[in-house]
Every structure is written in structure tokens, then in C-alpha cells.
Design a protein around this ligand. Structure first.
Ligand code: ADP
Ligand code: ASP
Ligand code: MG
Length: 410
């Protein structure tokens, strides 16, 4: 007997039949004698539809109102799932994020959870109720509704698992586990039986949407074993934990990709050091996430700087650069949109030199131009043109022997 947190994503609760199926999966866990907390996402593509609706009315809607709007999606699911469980004879109670005690920082559209008061949930668990919590949302100290960023229901689940000291956290989704790359686009992708927190964190941060990166961060920090599996197909999923046995031959364990990236280049930035920090401070204050940064070359006192952002942040970045051009003292800036980041990830890279060189070589041989590069101990990322993103990912997946037939990936 223990406490489990189960999370079901949008596809798993996409229609009435899927909600009934989810209710059955929950009852299977409950019958094992566990106390069960369930986190759910909005039904199917509801969040996308709500975003589209807002765009019909406003080109740049306020982030506060977007949170108000998008948080409704999850609220629909929690109530319906609670009804479905009641219909099957088990009492359940649903809570929105703020009702469940989820406190976030005061940032709209991408807030971090700063605290969870688990007492209310514990009270209902003690009464043997199934507690259902709306994913992806919380509230600030002032009672403002916030959301946690797209895909954030995973983070709600893991954060609740930490706050409740749960024995395990299972993420049910529409694939059977974490694969070597997105199986929707990379036909040779294979399911991994296990992956380390660090590798998963890189995969998630670099575009593998199967898990929200902050969920993995939470799981690592609180040492919560995570399992990703299918809500529809009954087979074992992928376990994410601290240490896993890595096959020696597998230096690269995954390929991740992400589109809609823009490269900004600032020319003739004077007096490098101070102005460099000034630019990035100004962007950070407006919550613009800068990813890869390259200080190209320094001629005399002028610095030439490139950095990448998401396409969605372009307009605000241009505003900031135009506003502070004089104060920062640069000559001009240019940007190139419709770029993509393709990355290879694997802890085996630490002890195997030459992986980055091999990646660049493969891309060059396939006439794919690399525009930016960034590396860490366990990943190499390249920025390329977006129209080559899937092709490059497939080529790299094959070249690093991730899709060789019959290969068993531990
Ligand atoms: P949910 O609604 O259940 O949270 P998501 O759409 O957020 O589901 O995440 C599941 C999707 O993640 C899969 O359908 C798959 O296309 C995508 N995905 C991307 N990278 C990977 C990967 N490495 N392994 C498995 N799935 C991946
Ligand atoms: N419904 C939200 C989204 O689509 C949160 C989630 O599904 O995790 O991004
Ligand atoms: Mg998701």
C-alpha cells in the first residue's frame, strides 16, 4: 500500500470513451490498495483551440487573460473524470490548482510552482477518496490564476508527488514510453526501457515534448522515480531515475528537435562586457528565454553577438533592441527566423571524444548548413534551417545507430 500520483494527458481524456478508460485505469491502481491522486490535462486539443479562439479576438492578448482562459480546459476534465469515477461507484473529488494548494510565482503563462500546501488533498485521501487535480495551473499569493507553460500538467503531477511524498508517479500518455526520438516523425525510433534524469532533462529541454522539462527537474531534485507509459496500450513503459545501466556501445541515446527558432545578430556592440550583460538582463526582465549565445568576433572594441530565441518572442525582442539601441551603443541588428535546433544526447559522450565532430561531418555530407552550435557534457545542439529539421534528425538517428534493426536498447 502506498500513495501514487497518476497523470493523464490530453489524448488520454480526449473524449467520453477515453475518460471512461482513464477511470478504469485509475480504479485498477485504487484496487491495489493505494491512495490515488490524479492529475489531468485539458481534453484533446482543447488548449490549442482556446489559443486559436483568443487569436481571433486579439493579436497580442494579455498573458493574465490567457491564463484565465487556458486554465478552464483542465477544469472541464477534472469534473467529468470525477463524475465518471462516481458512476463506477467510487467517490472522487476534483480540485483546481489553487484549491489543491498550488502556489506559483507571479508570472503569467510560464509560472514556476513555489510551494504546495498538501493538507487539503491529504484530508480527502484519508477518507479514501480519489483526489483529482487540474494540471498546468496554480495561483499566486494574490489569488491570480497562473499557468505553468505548455505541457505543464506533467510538472503539476511530479510536484504533487514530491509534496505528498508519493511512492511513485506515473505519466500516462499517447505513446508507450520515452523513445530515442519522437516516434511520430522518426520511423526508426525505439522505446527506451530506462533513461537517467540528466539525459531526460536534456531531451525535454531540447524539444522532446513527451515530458515537461520542469517535471524532470522536480523529479531529479526530489529523487522521485517516474514512469512514462501508455494509457491505451498495456505494456511496460520507460523508467526515469538517477542511475541506469548504459550499454557501452550507445554513446548517443536520443535525438531531439525543436522548430520555430530565430537567430538574432547584433553588430558593433561597443564596450563588450557591460553591454553584453545589459542586453541579456533586459531580455530576462521581460521573460524572454535566450538559448544559444555566441560572441562571434571582436574587432577592436566592437563585439558581434548572436543569440537564439523562440519565434514567439521575436516581436518583444525587436522592441527591446530598438528601445535600447542608443543606450547599448550597437550599430544595428539582423534576424533570421524559421530555424530549428537538432540535438543529440547521451551520457556516453563524456568519455567518448569526437561525437560532435561526427555530427558536424554527417550534416555537412548531407549539405545541411550549421548556423549555431552549443554543447554540454552530454549533448551537442546545432541550429539549422527548419525545412531540414526532420531530415537531419532522421539521418543522425540512423548514423548514431539508434534505429538499427534488432538492437535492444536498455
Ligand atoms: P500528453 O498530452 O499525454 O501530455 P504530449 O503530446 O505532451 O502528450 O506528449 C506525447 C508526445 O510526445 C508523443 O505523442 C510524441 O509525439 C512526442 N514525443 C516527442 N519526443 C518524444 C520521445 N523522445 N519519445 C516519445 N514521445 C515523444
Ligand atoms: N493543456 C496544457 C497544454 O496543452 C497542459 C498539458 O497538457 O500538460 O499544454
Ligand atoms: Mg504533455
Amino acid at each position: 500500500m502506498g500513495l501514487v500520483v497518476l497523470k493523464f494527458g490530453g489524448t488520454s481524456v480526449g473524449d467520453v470513451e477515453r475518460i471512461k478508460n482513464t477511470a478504469n485505469r485509475i480504479l485498477e491502481e485504487k484496487k491495489k490498495g493505494h491512495k490515488v491522486v490524479v492529475v489531468v490535462s485539458a481534453m484533446g486539443k482543447t488548449t490549442d483551440q482556446l489559443v486559436a479562439l483568443s487569436k481571433e479576438l486579439s493579436s497580442y492578448p494579455s498573458k493574465r487573460e490567457m491564463d484565465m482562459l487556458l486554465s478552464t480546459g483542465e477544469q472541464v476534465t477534472i469534473a467529468l473524470l470525477s463524475m465518471a469515477l462516481a458512476e463506477k461507484g467510487h467517490s472522487a473529488i476534483s480540485f483546481t490548482g489553487w484549491q489543491a494548494g498550488i502556489l506559483t510565482e507571479n508570472i503569467h503563462s510560464n509560472a514556476r510552482i513555489i510551494d504546495i500546501d498538501p493538507n487539503k488533498i491529504k484530508k480527502y485521501l484519508a477518507e479514501e477518496q480519489i483526489v483529482i487535480v487540474a494540471g498546468f495551473q496554480g495561483a499566486t499569493e494574490n489569488g491570480e490564476i497562473t499557468t505553468l507553460g505548455r505541457g505543464g500538467s506533467d510538472t503539476t503531477a511530479v510536484a504533487l508527488a514530491a509534496a505528498l511524498a508519493a511512492d511513485k508517479c506515473i505519466i500516462y500518455t499517447d505513446v508507450t514510453g520515452v523513445f530515442t526520438s519522437d516516434p511520430r516523425y522518426i520511423p526508426g525510433a525505439r522505446k527506451l526501457e530506462a533513461i537517467s534524469y540528466d539525459e531526460m532533462l536534456e531531451l525535454a529541454n531540447l524539444g522532446a515534448g513527451v515530458l515537461h522539462a520542469r517535471a524532470v527537474e522536480f523529479a531529479k531534485n526530489h529523487q522521485i522515480p517516474l514512469e512514462v507509459c501508455s494509457s491505451l496500450v498495456k505494456e511496460s513503459g520507460t523508467v526515469i531515475e538517477e542511475e541506469i545501466a548504459v550499454e557501452k556501445s550507445l554513446i548517443v541515446r536520443g535525438v531531439a528537435f525543436e522548430g520555430a527558432i530565430t537567430r538574432i545578430t547584433v553588430f558593433g556592440l561597443k564596450n563588450g562586457y557591460n553591454n553584453l550583460s545589459s542586453i541579456f538582463n533586459k531580455l530576462a526582465r521581460r521573460n524572454i528565454n535566450v538559448d544559444i549565445i555566441i560572441q562571434n568576433l571582436t574587432v577592436g572594441e566592437d563585439t558581434y553577438l548572436s543569440f537564439s530565441i523562440k519565434n514567439d518572442d521575436l516581436r518583444e525582442t525587436i522592441d527591446i533592441l530598438e528601445q535600447y539601441q542608443e543606450a547599448l551603443g550597437f550599430d544595428h541588428f539582423e534576424y533570421e527566423s524559421d530555424l530549428a535546433k537538432v540535438s543529440i544526447i547521451g551520457s556516453g559522450m563524456i568519455s567518448n571524444p569526437g561525437v560532435a565532430a561526427k555530427m558536424f561531418d554527417i550534416l555537412a555530407k548531407n549539405n545541411i548548413q550549421i548556423k549555431m552550435v552549443s554543447t554540454s557534457e552530454i549533448k551537442v545542439s546545432t541550429v539549422i534551417e527548419e525545412n531540414h529539421m526532420i531530415e537531419a534528425s532522421r539521418i543522425l538517428h540512423t548514423a548514431f545507430e539508434l534505429d538499427s534493426v534488432g538492437q535492444k536498447i536498455k
